[in-house]
Design a protein around this ligand. Structure first.
Ligand SMILES: Cc1cc2nc3c(=O)[nH]c(=O)nc-3n(C[C@H](O)[C@H](O)[C@H](O)COP(=O)(O)OP(=O)(O)OC[C@H]3O[C@@H](n4cnc5c(N)ncnc54)[C@H](O)[C@@H]3O)c2cc1C
Length: 373
């Protein structure tokens, strides 16, 4: 294994695998390190499916980035020969003045996106699996759909490797320091040097930048799969992905039945944890709590067939952190994505390659800077 690289990427999950691919594509000599064997089930990128949506309720600034991400997912599908995405449409449901419906509406209007504004009875009639309460409304966006995260990561890594990237799994970065204009990276096995270091370690970020106080928290989240009673209403041609504000500032989301059943999860409200010590066991009372929230709003579901624990890496304002280390411009921090980053990862990989090569990107990253939040 060579010891000298243009760029080292530490962490090869959603963000790091995409970064390695785009860096390799731009002709750089890249080393990718991961403490596990990605795609794996210890971090933030497992569980078979991820939502991609365009009318972004969190902030309109995300829309151009997700639009680029769509283009890059399509290109990756073509290059990898794998299906990575299915279009199902997406419904953002909640009180008309709540953050989800109002935010999705604002983004759709501002960016001239296609959408329909539906009342609760209209949603019930068109999508019988979804049973919004009277007074709720929905923004239906046609381009939303489902990405297959493990396949996406595998495709990025495979194609990065085919372009000459050295990938080392089961090799943890334990520290780094500047060495003149360059960066020296230590792992448990070796020492490497590079012009640039990309830290995309997800929930493990803080320990890799001990000199910074990143106000990041790691949140335990549970994904559940349920057996549908009436399978036909949950098929992807009749059931879009759906994201609900079911009470003030509380959210859950769901998918059509794909493979293992109907997948549902809450968005936030999980326990804050240490990624090294998080409990991976899902207790019956946790399944019951999810059922209590979703039962009044969905067609009946049968037994829970599967569940898994996954980690959100949150910034206090719910946005991302993509920025250079304030004292070391050779080091780029790319990870905390506050539980909604996967869809963007193809574009973030390209953004990383642009920042490493030229220091530039055409996207507005102001919201994602390292600063007081
Ligand atoms: C339950 C759940 C549901 C979600 N749903 C959606 C959704 O529907 N749509 C959406 O867009 N987003 C969603 N997200 C968010 C999205 O999945 C994450 O934002 C994204 O996957 C984070 O990617 P990452 O690369 O930052 O982290 P990860 O994919 O976890 O990658 C970090 C990697 O760093 C490695 N690592 C850590 N420390 C070291 C070290 N010292 N040395 C080397 N390697 C190291 C880890 O092994 C890991 O592979 C969801 C997240 C969860 C948990």
């Amino acid at each position: 294994m060579p010891r000298d690289f243009d760029v080292i990427v530490a962490g090869l999950g959603a963000m790091g695998s995409a970064a390695a691919f785009h860096l390799a594509r731009s002709g750089l000599k890249v080393l990718g390190l991961d403490r596990y064997h990605p795609p794996h089930e210890q971090g933030s990128s497992h569980g078979q499916t991820r939502i991609i949506r365009e009318a972004y309720f969190e902030h309109p600034v995300y829309v151009p980035i997700v639009q680029r991400a769509y283009e890059l997912w399509t290109a990756l599908e073509q290059e990898s020969g794998q299906q990575l995405f299915i279009q199902t449409g997406g419904l953002m449901i909640g009180p008309p003045k709540g953050v989800v419906v109002r935010g999705a509406h604002t983004s759709a209007e501002l960016h001239g996106l296609k959408y329909e504004y539906l009342s609760a009875p209209e949603i019930r009639e068109r999508f019988p699996a979804l049973r919004p309460a009277r007074g709720m409304a929905g923004i239906l966006e046609p381009r939303a759909g489902v990405l297959f995260p493990e396949r996406c990561i595998e495709a990025h890594l495979r194609l990065a490797r085919s372009r000459g990237t050295a990938l080392s799994f089961g090799e943890e970065m334990v520290g780094w320091q500047l060495a003149g204009e360059r960066v020296r990276v230590r792992t448990a096995k070796a020492e490497y040097r590079a012009d640039r270091l990309v830290i995309s370690a997800g929930s493990w970020l803080q320990r890799l930048v001990p000199d910074l106080e990143v106000p990041v928290t790691v949140e335990r989240q549970i994904l559940f799969w349920f057996e549908p009673h009436e399978r036909s209403v949950w098929q992807s041609d009749r059931c879009p992905i759906h994201l609900w504000e079911y009470s003030d500032g509380r959210f859950f989301y769901g998918f059509p039945a794909l493979g293992h059943g109907v997948k549902l999860a809450r968005h936030h409200q999980g326990a804050m944890v240490d990624p090294e010590r998080v409990s991976r066991e899902v207790k019956p009372h946790e399944t019951a709590a999810l059922r209590r929230v979703t039962r009044p709003l969905l067609a009946p579901l049968g037994r829970c067939v599967m569940s898994t624990v996954c980690l959100y890496t949150n910034m206090p304002d719910g946005h991302f952190l993509i920025d250079h280390h304030p004292a070391c411009p050779q080091v780029l921090i790319v990870s905390p994505c506050s539980g909604h980053g996967f869809k963007f990862s193809s574009a973030i990989g390209e953004i990383v390659a642009g920042l490493v090569r030229t220091g530039q990107t055409r996207f507005d990253l102001e919201l994602f800077r390292y600063r007081e939040r």
